[in-house]
Design a binder for this molecule. Structure first.
Ligand code: SAM
Length: 242
């Protein structure tokens, strides 16, 4: 039985620029090294402090990506010209957590990845210069686009079935979804709100929509039509269906 050191027993500065402040992970492998192409000799020698789940400890990055690729969920997340790096980072991190097929960043090519907690290295992140390029990418692959925004004419995410293969499109932090994107979306879904704010943080809205996909297609909890019940919950803010 291979001996493994107690987690965090001897802090090691990681060679791959991971967040060293976090006392997570394991030290060097103690005892005969395990067999397998997926193991990273450097990590076995130095320890593994990466932000990865335990089952991927000491694995090479490419091996982790390849393994995730075998079980990725067929939904994509697209963010239109987001200006706040932290929002982009948090969407990438949540997309990694739900193992979606890809994250599509429209506009910005350079963004501070700190908010992503290095999860972008295990996620397929695509950059598109503009919305037209994103729409073309999706059409070429026959993947429908569904917008997520609380715009007039939107239908409730809580009661609108989400396609299994889909690109969920989120609008810019200020103006929201562009006219161009709205035109190409099969539907625009809004997340119910019960307070005074006009909208939810874009990164949070993306997390809610991703979880709705997981509930529908992983936990087989599809929604099949209006189930709006407001008694005792105050009223849900839905834009008037013009
Ligand atoms: C902060 S909102 C700004 C636009 C928003 N329509 C407004 O008028 O305030 C930026 C993005 O977050 C997402 N979002 C925020 N609140 C939402 C809600 N209640 N339902 C669906 N999406 C929402 C949408 O993708 C939206 O484009």
């Amino acid at each position: 039985m291979n001996e493994r050191p107690a987690p965090g027993s001897d802090p090691i500065p990681t060679a791959n620029g991971e967040d060293e402040a976090r006392e997570v992970g394991v030290g060097p492998w103690v005892g005969p090294w395990p067999e397998g192409e997926h193991y990273d000799p450097e990590l076995l020698a130095q320890g593994d402090r990466r932000n990865v789940v335990d089952r991927y400890r000491y694995w090479r990055r490419e091996a982790i990506v390849a393994d995730l690729d075998t079980v990725r969920h067929p939904f994509h997340i697209a963010v239109e010209n987001w200006s706040h790096d932290f929002n982009i980072g948090s969407v990438v991190r949540t997309a990694n957590a739900f193992n979606c097929a890809g994250v599509h960043i429209v506009g910005r090519r350079r963004w501070n990845k700190r908010g992503a907690m290095v999860t972008d290295r295990y996620q397929h992140v695509h950059h598109h210069p503009d919305t037209a390029a994103l729409l073309e990418w999706a059409h070429e692959r026959g993947i429908p686009l569904v917008g997520v925004d609380n715009l007039p004419g939107a239908v409730p995410l809580e009661s609108h079935p989400l396609p299994r293969s889909v690109v969920l499109v989120f609008g810019q932090e200020g103006p929201g979804l562009s006219e161009e994107a709205r035109r190409d979306c099969e539907a625009v879904l809004s997340i119910a709100q019960f307070g005074s704010t006009r909208s939810i943080n874009a990164g949070a809205a993306a997390a809610i929509a991703m979880h709705a996909w997981v509930r529908a297609h992983v936990y087989d909890q599809p929604v099949d039509g209006p189930i709006l019940r407001t008694e005792g919950t105050g009223h849900a803010e839905y834009p008037t269906l013009s």
